[in-house]
Design a protein around this ligand. Structure first.
Ligand code: SF4
Length: 474
């Protein structure tokens, strides 16, 4: 049974993509760390090559895969790296044609020649495959293959996820039905089950602190997106819209800080127009920050990073009495639902299309919102089922390989569907539902397998070819 921690579902990182940037960043660092910790010597290294296959090769330029790999090779830590330093760091390496491996040892490195985008070869093991090769003195090589398996998760060929899988968790859950059984037999709420499992890997203090920091980054990404203006990078000339919407909605208000802005939001009228505009604004904000390589939280991926923050912000601003503790419970519940999709299907768009990103994030948010509004475990999972049911078959076809169109708007849709699904479930009898969450997860996975490769994060189908836009080489 696969075991996953909420620390893996929600990861603080940098945009624009969890599978195509965050995963490769971590893989590059992991490759070097493993080599040097197993008696590899810096002095023997004379060169380094990286080869990308499948979806990583096809959309890697737009998704920043090469840039992420370079940063990983330098030893930069993605969760704490100052995203403002990204461009200067990359420009220095590109102009000097040298890189400092893990910040310790310089070698010659020309990103244009040493990172190869192999768009012709698809490795059968996973569509997101990377080969790292260290060229050593004496005609020797050290080689490893990594897979970026979605949501920033990585796997090195030949290795299992030993640390996580060795843990004995009190409530092992592989299916939604098992989740219901544990909650009902043990008479525990889903956040309690989630917390009990999480305590296998972390102390309660660590978990609570981590949840606080997750929400802090999510909330800040909403605020930042509401205040950044202008064009997004990448050459599509997409204008940021969250700032425009924020300014329209707050045309008569002034504030000097994030806390003042939040206080005003909580006083907004709760008419449908205003509430839905704000939900869109929150979701757009996060994904505009993501598209501009800013700091966000995978939820469960970068491309879908706006759905859960938008729904939490909706809960916080347009419902009374929501505390920090309620937000942390929301995150615990939503992560537990995300794990069901990771175990039973996929959270990788390269494996399952956008249903695996926006669909999963919407299902996570729907279930957690139902929990927060007082739904029982069956209603929680019914809401998750409804949200995914109406994302089934959603393809991934980002224009120009950039995580912008349709990605940014798609987060607004995922958030609205999550709220609708929660309301439907709260007013329904889950015992009369014809489709279970397990049914929909299986259907999602079967749909993923049937979906043509051109709709799985390759930018070779759908909007990506219908809307012909030539981008400058970057
Ligand atoms: S279309 Fe969906 S899955 Fe594809 S990159 Fe955009 S958000 Fe991610």
């Amino acid at each position: 049974m696969e075991k996953i921690s909420l620390f893996e579902i929600f990861k603080i990182g940098i945009g624009p993509s969890s599978s195509h940037a965050m995963g490769p960043w971590k893989a590059a660092g992991d490759f070097l760390n493993k080599f040097f910790s197993h008696n590899g010597s810096f002095k023997n290294v004379v060169g380094l090559k990286v080869e990308l296959f499948g979806s990583l090769a096809k959309t890697g330029t737009g998704h920043g895969t090469d840039k992420a790999i370079i940063m990983g090779l330098t030893g930069a830590e993605i969760s704490t790296f100052d995203s403002g330093q990204l461009i200067p760091s990359l420009e220095k390496i590109n102009s000097e044609k040298k890189i400092s491996l893990l910040g310790k040892y310089f070698i010659d490195f020309n990103p244009e020649l040493d990172i190869l985008f192999n768009r012709e070869t698809l490795r059968p093991s996973h569509p997101n495959t990377m080969d790292f090769t260290l060229i050593l003195s004496g005609d020797k090589q050290e080689k490893a293959t990594y897979y970026s398996i979605g949501g920033g998760f990585i796997q090195r060929k030949g290795e299992s996820r030993i640390l996580v899988d060795k843990a004995i968790i009190p409530y092992p859950i592989q299916t939604a039905e098992e989740m219901i059984q544990w909650c009902e037999v043990e008479e525990k709420s889903l956040d309690e089950i989630s917390m009990a499992n999480e305590l296998c890997w972390h102390t309660k203090f660590e978990i609570q602190s981590y949840l606080d920091s997750i929400w802090e980054v999510m909330e800040h990404s909403i605020y930042q997106g509401c205040h950044d203006s202008g064009e997004l990078p990448g050459g599509l000339h997409v204008q940021r819209r969250a700032n425009v919407l924020n300014n329209k909605l707050f045309f008569d208000k002034s504030y000097n800080s994030q806390s003042e802005w939040l206080a005003l939001l909580k006083k907004e009228p709760r008419s449908m127009d205003i509430v839905t505009n704000w939900i869109s604004c929150f979701a757009l904000s996060v994904n505009e920050v993501n598209a501009s390589c800013g700091r966000i939280v995978t939820a469960p991926t970068n491309g879908s990073a706006g759905v859960i923050p938008a729904v939490i912000m909706y809960l916080l601003c347009f419902h009374d009495g929501i505390s920090q503790q309620d937000i942390k419970k929301f995150l615990l519940v939503s992560s537990e639902i995300g794990m069901l999709f990771k175990k039973g299907a996929t959270i990788s768009a390269a494996a399952g299309g956008c249903q695996a990103e926006i669909g999963v994030s919407s299902a996570m948010a729907a279930g957690a919102l139902t929990f927060s509004l007082g739904g029982n475990i069956r209603q929680i999972l019914m809401a998750a089922e409804i949200a995914m049911e109406h994302h089934l078959g959603l393809t991934c076809d980002p224009i120009g390989g950039l995580v912008q169109i349709p990605c940014i708007e798609r987060n607004t849709m995922g958030a609205m569907k999550a709220i609708t699904a929660a309301q439907l479930a709260l007013h329904s009898d889950p015992n009369s539902a014809k489709v279970s969450l397990d049914d929909v997860i299986k259907t999602m996975w079967e749909t993923a397998k049937d979906m043509g490769m051109k709709y799985k994060e390759t930018s070779e189908g759908g909007l990506a070819i219908q809307v012909s836009i030539s981008l400058p080489e970057c």
